[in-house]
Design a protein around this ligand. Structure first.
Ligand code: NAP
Length: 284
C-alpha cells in the first residue's frame, strides 16, 4: 500500500517559512516582495487560478497586484503594460495567466517579460539556462514535483528509471530535464507512443501529466514505483481528480501524490518561492 504524499503539507511548510522571512522584512521596515498577476479575459478556470495565487500571496503577507484586462485588450496594450512592470523597481515578479485570448501571440508575451521577473520560468532565457543546468527561475510545477521527490527521504534519483507521460512545455519537458539533471535515466512518452504501458511498467518514478481523468491504472505501474499525478481534471460527476486511478494505483505504488492536495499546492508555493528569490536578487 502506497504512502500518500500530500503536497499540500509540504507546501504549507514552505509557505510558513516564507511568511517568517516576510515578517522579518516587515519588522525591519524593508519593502516586501511584490508579484503582479495579469489576467486577460474572463475564463472561469483562469479566474479561479489567479484568485488562488492572490490568496496565497495574502496569506504570507506578499505584496500582490491582480490586473484584470478586458478580453478585447490588444497585444500592443498588453506588451506596453508588461514593459511598464518590467521597469518598475517595486515589482519583483510578473505572471501572465495562460491561456491568452486567440488574437494575442502567447510567445510574444512570454518573451516580453523581463527574465529577471519571469517567476513562472517560461521565458526562453530561463528555459535555456534550465537546459544547461544554470541557476534560473524554474517553472513552478516541475520545481514543485522535484521538491516533493526531495521530501520522499529514502529516494536517490541517481540511476533510477524515470518515465514522464506528457511533453508539454510547462510540465512534461521541463520535469524530464530536471530528472535528467538529478541523474535519473529518463524516457518521455506522449500520445503517439506505442505500447506505452510496457515503458511505464519499467519506471521507478512515474510522472503523469496528461489531462485525462483516472487514465493511468494499476496495470501501468511497476510494483513499488513512485507515482506523481500532475493532472487536474473533473470526472463525470464533476469531482476533482487526477490522471491516475488513485484507488487502484495506491495498492501497488510505494508513494503516490493525491489530487487534490498533491502537486497543485506545490505549484503555488513555488511561485511564491520564485518571487521571493527574485526579490532577493533585486534588492542585493
Ligand atoms: P497538455 O499541454 O494538454 O499536454 C498533455 C500531454 O499529454 C501531451 O504531451 C499529450 O501528448 C499527452 N497525452 C495526451 N493523451 C495521452 C495519452 N493517451 N497517452 C499518453 N500521452 C498523452 O497538458 P499540460 O499542460 O501538460 O497538463 C497536463 C495535466 O496537468 C492537465 O490535467 C493539467 O490541468 C494539469 N496541470 C496541473 C498543474 C498543477 O499545478 N497541478 C500544472 C499544470 C498542469 P501529445 O503531445 O502527443 O499531444
Amino acid at each position: 500500500m502506497a504512502e500518500i504524499v500530500y503536497g499540500s503539507e509540504i507546501a504549507a511548510n514552505i509557505k510558513a517559512d516564507l511568511k517568517q522571512r516576510l515578517d522579518h522584512l516587515k519588522a525591519e521596515g524593508k519593502r516586501l516582495p511584490h508579484l503582479v498577476v495579469i489576467l486577460v479575459g474572463n475564463n472561469p478556470a483562469s479566474m479561479s487560478y489567479v484568485r488562488g495565487k492572490e490568496k496565497a500571496c495574502e496569506a504570507i503577507g506578499m505584496e500582490n497586484e491582480l490586473v484584470m484586462l478586458e478580453e478585447n485588450t490588444s497585444q500592443k496594450e498588453l506588451l506596453a503594460l508588461i514593459q511598464q512592470y518590467n521597469h518598475d523597481p517595486m515589482v519583483d515578479g510578473i505572471l501572465v495567466q495562460l491561456p491568452l485570448p486567440k488574437h494575442i501571440d502567447e510567445n510574444e508575451v512570454l518573451y516580453a517579460i523581463s527574465p529577471s521577473k519571469d517567476v513562472d520560468g517560461f521565458h526562453p532565457y530561463n528555459i535555456g539556462r534550465m537546459m544547461m543546468g544554470q541557476p534560473c527561475y524554474l517553472p513552478c510545477t516541475p520545481k514543485g514535483i522535484m521538491a516533493v521527490l526531495a521530501r520522499i527521504g529514502e529516494v536517490d534519483l541517481s540511476g533510477k528509471r524515470a518515465v514522464v507521460i506528457g511533453r508539454s512545455n510547462i510540465v512534461g519537458k521541463p520535469i524530464a530535464q530536471l530528472l535528467l539533471q538529478a541523474n535519473a535515466t529518463v524516457t518521455i512518452t506522449h500520445s503517439k507512443t506505442k505500447e506505452i504501458q510496457a515503458i511505464t511498467k519499467e519506471a521507478d518514478i512515474l510522472i503523469v501529466a496528461i489531462g485525462k481523468p483516472r487514465y493511468v491504472g494499476a496495470d501501468w505501474i511497476k510494483p513499488g514505483a513512485i507515482v506523481i499525478d500532475v493532472g487536474v481534471n473533473r470526472d463525470e460527476n464533476n469531482k476533482l481528480c487526477g490522471d491516475v486511478d488513485f484507488e487502484a494505483v495506491k495498492e501497488i505504488a510505494s508513494y503516490l501524490t493525491p489530487v487534490p492536495k498533491g502537486i497543485g499546492p506545490m505549484t503555488i508555493a513555488m511561485l511564491l518561492s520564485n518571487t521571493y528569490d527574485a526579490y532577493i536578487e533585486h534588492t542585493r
